[in-house]
Design a binder for this molecule. Structure first.
Ligand SMILES: [Zn+2]
Length: 221
């Protein structure tokens, strides 16, 4: 019965089998990781408000990449432009890097946006720092705090010192309702609209807007 067992084992892993038909591996781009990305399989559903992509998960840091194949180059290697990267923090909480050109909350993004969902404490600020350091230099980003549930004082202090290179710039964004007191959250100015945040961010050089590119390798290459 070994062969039959094998067959069922195979059938149970149909998703993995499907994934093996997709471009299979790439290198994780998260700062300091360098782990291997494995394709989760073709993802034809709408992601990021209309864009379709292929998703990958890093076997090392569990970051989830959504990317679009941009340049078929024949067998062996293809390239995919990264639309977003989600790095898990706590259960159902994450830091998400959304690339310029992808669709964000306020329409198509013209700068990188780092969205924090859930707690903002010392641990998640360390993850946020990795996400920040993953961006192309000079770094320009909106830090989206719309979905932050709570901020610890250690997290707020760490957030305040995240951007320490004079060539880089980040601005905080929280589209809050008028009853909310914004300044108590973090020791930085928080902008209530994407337009105001972008204006504060100032000119965004072309190299600061370059979405990351994955070099995809087929399983057998
Ligand atoms: Zn990784």
């Amino acid at each position: 019965m070994t062969r039959l067992d094998r067959f069922f084992l195979f059938a149970n892993k149909v998703e993995e089998a499907l994934a093996s038909f997709a471009p299979s591996t790439a290198k994780c781009l998260i700062h300091g990781c360098g782990g291997t990305l494995r394709a989760d399989g073709p993802n034809n559903g709408p992601v990021l408000g209309g864009e379709a992509g292929i998703s990958f998960t890093c076997l090392e840091c569990s970051a989830k990449f959504v990317a679009q194949i941009t340049d078929p180059q024949g067998p062996g290697v293809r390239e995919a432009s990264v639309l977003s990267i989600s790095i898990p923090t706590y259960d159902n909480e994450q830091i998400r890097i959304v690339s310029p050109g992808a669709r964000g909350r306020g329409g198509v993004l013209t700068a990188f946006q780092l969205d924090v969902t859930g707690r903002l404490d010392l641990f998640t600020t360390e993850i946020l720092q990795k996400a920040w350091l993953t961006l192309p230099t000079p770094r320009r980003a909106l830090i989206g705090l719309c979905d932050v549930s709570e901020v610890t004082s250690a997290g707020a202090t760490a957030l305040g010192s995240l951007c320490h290179d004079a060539r880089d710039r980040m601005v905080m964004l929280r589209q809050a309702d008028e009853h909310e007191t914004q300044s108590s959250m973090v020791p930085l100015r928080i902008y209530a609209t994407v337009e105001a945040a972008l204006q504060a961010l100032g000119e965004i050089p072309g190299e600061s807007r370059m979405p990351s590119v994955l070099s995809l390798k087929d399983p057998d290459s």
